[in-house]
Ligand binder design. Structure first.
Ligand SMILES: [Zn+2]
Length: 240
């Protein structure tokens, strides 16, 4: 299989987008060293663009990005794809509305992962962005489909665009790569705030009907400029 024609143009655009979005991971301090990655689905193709393995964020220009099929096989690139590519590819194969996937080891989200504890929906921002508690996915080790399967099974039972893989860290999804990065940034922010709130007492839950109303409003009213998708995972709204 080769990458040709219009697909080549789409891939070139996504190489730049995905490279630029990795800078957001460092800007928001969601990653250290090379641990963290963004990918994008090439629209209409069984292809994804992702970060290469083990490359410093300072060296991540568009040419460094790699192109894989949706089984994680390398099609274009000088380096090996990220070691998390199989998990990203599994998500794209099983969640056709997903256009972007992000994985980080951001500190506060990982702290919840380490305890295997969902982040409770105790802020309107959590209701807006995630539609309820942010769920925990199973413990899974890299090397087969188990991480991808855990992500898909957990997110399929939830409105959340983020999953905290137990003892590991967060994966987020979006309609495109930028939307998935936004979810990763918002996730770390609420993980930190709820962690801090816990220090002085028990955060107050939000009633389910309020969570539903907040989520509907934010996803449908604020989200109108985004591309609509079917199913539970709708686009994130505009900021503010
Ligand atoms: Zn990881």
């Amino acid at each position: 299989m080769s990458v040709t024609g219009d697909v080549r143009t789409a891939v070139a655009t996504l190489r730049r987008t995905v490279a630029d979005l990795h800078r957001e991971l460092t800007r928001y301090e969601l990653v250290i060293w090379t641990a963290g990655n963004v990918s994008a689905r090439v629209p209409g193709q069984d292809l994804l663009v992702i970060k290469p393995s083990g490359v410093s964020y300072d060296e991540l220009d568009p040419d460094a990005m790699v192109v894989c099929d949706l089984h994680g096989n390398l099609l274009e690139g000088d380096r090996l794809p990220s070691s998390d590519t199989a998990a990203h590819a599994y998500v794209y194969r099983h969640m056709p509305d997903v256009g972007g996937v992000v994985h980080t080891h951001s500190t506060y989200a990982c702290a919840w992962s380490a305890r295997g504890e969902p982040i409770p929906c105790v802020l309107t921002m959590i209701a807006d962005e995630f539609g309820g508690d942010i769920p925990v996915g199973p413990f899974a080790i890299i090397g087969d489909d188990s991480i991808g399967r855990g992500i898909v099974e957990t997110l399929s039972r939830s409105r959340s665009r983020a999953v905290l893989m137990q003892n590991h860290g967060p994966f987020t999804i979006g309609t495109d790569a930028r939307d998935a990065v936004k979810a990763a940034v918002m996730l770390e922010d609420v993980a930190r705030t709820v962690h801090i709130a816990r220090q002085l007492g028990d955060p107050v839950p939000i009633a389910q009907h309020h969570i539903d109303a907040l989520f509907e409003r934010y996803q449908n009213v604020y989200g109108q400029d985004s591309v609509p998708v079917t199913g539970q995972h709708r686009p994130g709204g505009l900021d503010g």
